[in-house]
Write a protein that binds this ligand. Structure first.
Ligand SMILES: *[C@@H]1O[C@H](CO)[C@@H](O)[C@H](O)[C@H]1NC(C)=O
Length: 230
C-alpha cells in the first residue's frame, strides 16, 4: 500500500446529542411561560411552581433578558431572572418557591451531563440566613445551594454528571469547565430537575422577606462529551 492511501482512514468523532434544550431561545417573552399547563404541556419548561397559585402567572415571577445570561454564552440570546418576594409563600406552606422544570419526553436518565449557569446578582441577592436550594432534583440526591461564601455578580457554570462515573464540573465566566469532583452524585438524573429558588424557613422564626433574584442560562442536557465551553 502506498503511504498516501493511509490518509483516507479517519476517526469519526462522536458528537454529543442534546437530549433536552432548556436554553431560552424559543421563548420570545416571559409570557410564553404562561402557555404551559398540565393540559397543555408546551415549551421547554413546566411552570407550575411560583407564587401562591392564587391568580398569578408564571411570568410574574420570571423575566427574560440578555442581561440575565452568561455573556460568554453565544448559543443563547437571553437568560431568565427568577424572583421571590414577600407577597407569597408557596402553596400555603412556609417555603418560598419559583422554579422551572424540564418539559420533555426524554427520561433524562443515565450517564448524562446536566448543564446550568447561574449568577447571584449584586442587587436582590438571597439572604444567607436562609437555606436556598437553587438547582436540585426532587429526590435531593445532588443539590446546589446558595452559601455565604458565594461571590455575587459572577457567572458560575456547572455540569452535574449523573450516572457512572458521575461528577461535578465547574468554571466561572468564560472559562472552560473543569471536572472538580469525580464520583457518584447518588442519582441517575431524571426529569424532575428544578432550576430556581426554593427558600426554606428557619424553624420558629418569623420570616424576613425581601425581593430575591437569581439569574440562570445555559441550561441543557447532553448524553456525551461534555461540552466544556460555557
Ligand atoms: C411580588 O411580586 C409579584 C409578582 O411580580 C408582584 O405582583 C407583587 O406586587 C410583589 N410584591 C412585593 C411585596 O413586592
Amino acid at each position: 500500500m502506498k503511504p498516501e492511501l493511509a490518509i483516507f482512514g479517519f476517526v469519526a468523532l462522536a458528537s454529543a446529542t442534546i437530549l433536552w434544550d432548556g436554553r431560552f431561545s424559543d421563548y420570545s417573552t416571559a409570557a410564553d411561560f404562561d402557555k404551559w399547563s398540565w393540559s397543555n404541556q408546551v415549551g421547554q419548561y413546566q411552570t407550575y411552581i411560583y407564587g401562591n397559585l392564587h391568580g398569578e402567572t408564571a411570568s410574574s415571577w420570571l423575566t427574560l433578558g440578555s442581561q440575565f445570561k452568561n455573556p460568554a454564552t453565544s448559543a443563547e440570546a437571553q437568560g431568565a431572572k427568577v424572583k421571590l418576594n414577600a407577597s407569597f409563600t408557596w402553596n400555603g406552606g412556609p417555603m418560598l418557591r419559583t422554579e422551572l422544570i424540564p418539559q420533555t419526553m426524554s427520561s433524562l436518565s443515565g450517564h448524562l451531563y446536566f448543564h446550568v449557569s447561574l449568577q447571584i446578582p449584586t442587587v436582590n441577592a438571597p439572604d444567607p440566613a436562609y437555606e436556598h436550594q437553587i438547582v436540585f432534583w426532587e429526590g435531593h440526591f445532588a443539590d446546589i445551594k446558595y452559601g455565604q461564601l458565594s461571590v455575587k455578580g459572577t457567572w458560575y457554570n456547572f455540569i452535574l454528571e449523573t450516572g457512572s462515573p458521575g461528577g461535578l464540573w465547574v468554571s466561572t465566566g468564560s472559562s472552560l469547565l473543569q471536572k472538580v469532583f469525580t464520583g457518584s452524585l447518588n442519582g441517575n438524573g431524571g426529569t424532575d430537575w428544578h432550576i430556581g429558588a426554593l427558600r426554606l424557613p428557619v424553624n420558629g422564626q418569623t420570616q424576613q422577606i425581601t425581593e430575591t433574584d437569581i439569574y440562570y442560562s445555559g441550561i441543557y442536557v447532553e448524553d456525551s462529551g461534555p461540552t466544556t465551553q460555557p
